[in-house]
Design a binder for this molecule. Structure first.
Ligand code: ATP
Ligand code: LTN
Length: 327
């Protein structure tokens, strides 16, 4: 039996180069050795207020990106979280096995509530519990995510371990897969902060749908430093970020990327990184446009995915309900 992979992505906007390099580019590589479920987590998205029309459109758009990036819907289960009620059911149960002290330590909650002071809702607070339910429903072994999700994964493992200790081996305890390079791509304008699709500054972020021209322009404007050396260093967050991006899209090591630009000027370097990213994204963008032209096909893929995911999820949910004593 193949081991199981689960990962999720929020339909809160157009996915970024950060989520591609930190997470999605690895999903396709892993998909031949594992049984994989990739979920558009629309229930997580509503922890921040969403326009209904935009949310629906973003969801379909994101599903098309997953397929365009190489996830074959015949080999991977692709679906919307809100189409599988078992996520919400298990989430409630796991809430009762999670301590508020644990949730209080979650840095994403602190960051997001600082950015949304007018809407610090209970969903934002219990967000990591829903994420744990997503993962544990499928007896998941591996969760490929970016660095920012490591803390949520740790909490998920703690909840699973706590539950298993009381009731026996109900859940598989998952491992995180965080790539060694590219797990935290930083913003182009603010290289000390993560590149994020819900950021207000569009120049900070490369969206997967950006035109080649706009990609090169954004890289040319990227904030660097007043030094002239192209090397990895904690003191050089802008340059280090660009080297990381270049190494990832070219499939080379950081040392090879450094060697390629040794002695080069920043202008030439930024232009080269921009062109390499634009070239990498172009075929995905074409495939994405092709898929978006047939919304009925995307809806059919999502419906089939939800059916398969439900079938798997209900097995775990039945086990859980049984051990805790529900009639
Ligand atoms: P938001 O900005 O709306 O909070 P996000 O981009 O942080 O969204 P998702 O789109 O749901 O969040 O993230 C999908 C996956 O991509 C997650 O595994 C996340 O860790 C990863 N990821 C997101 N941003 C980056 C980044 N800048 N660098 C590396 N990985 C990232
Ligand atoms: N919290 C993640 C998205 C997410 C997820 C998951 C990732 C929701 N459920 C389960 C992996 C596994 C984020 O903010 N990017």
């Amino acid at each position: 039996m193949k081991k199981i992979i689960f990962s999720g992505i929020k339909p809160t906007g157009i996915p970024t180069l950060g989520s591609l390099l930190g997470a999605m580019s690895h999903w396709e590589k892993l998909s031949s050795d594992y049984n994989c479920l990739y979920c558009v987590v629309d229930m997580h998205a509503i922890t921040i207020r969403q326009d209904p029309k935009v949310l629906r459109e973003n969801g379909r758009n994101l599903l098309a990106w997953l397929i365009a990036l190489g996830l074959d819907p015949e080999k991977n289960i692709l679906y919307f979280q809100s189409n599988v009620p078992a996520h919400a059911e298990l989430s409630w149960i796991l809430n009762c096995y999670t301590y508020v002290g644990e949730l209080n330590r979650m840095t994403q909650f602190k960051d997001k509530s600082a950015k949304n002071t007018e809407n610090i809702n209970a969903g934002l607070y219990t967000y990591p519990v829903l994420m744990a339910a997503d993962i544990l429903l499928f007896q998941t072994n591996l969760v490929p995510v970016g660095e920012d999700q490591r803390q949520h994964l740790e909490l998920c493992r703690d909840i699973a371990g706590r539950f298993n200790k009381v009731y026996g081996d109900v859940f598989a305890v998952p491992d995180a897969f965080v790539p060694p390079v590219g797990a935290r791509i930083m913003g182009l304008q603010n290289p000390t902060d993560k590149m994020s699709k819900s950021d207000d500054n569009a120049n900070d972020c490369i969206y997967l749908s950006d035109s080649p021209d706009s990609i090169v322009k954004k890289f040319k404007k990227a904030v660097t430093d007043s030094d002239n050396q192209i090397k990895m260093s904690e003191e050089k967050p802008g340059i280090s970020n660009l080297l990381t991006i270049y190494a990832c899209v070219k499939g080379i090591t950081l040392a090879e990327a450094e060697a390629e630009f040794s002695g080069a000027g920043y202008g030439h370097f930024k232009q080269s990184v921009g062109e390499a990213v634009a070239q990498t994204l172009a075929p995905y963008q074409q495939e994405h446009a092709r898929l978006m032209a047939d919304p009925a096909n995307l809806d059919a893929i999502a419906a089939k995915g939800a059916e398969k995911a439900s079938e798997m999820a209900l097995k775990t949910l039945a086990k859980v309900k049984n051990v805790i004593g529900f009639n």
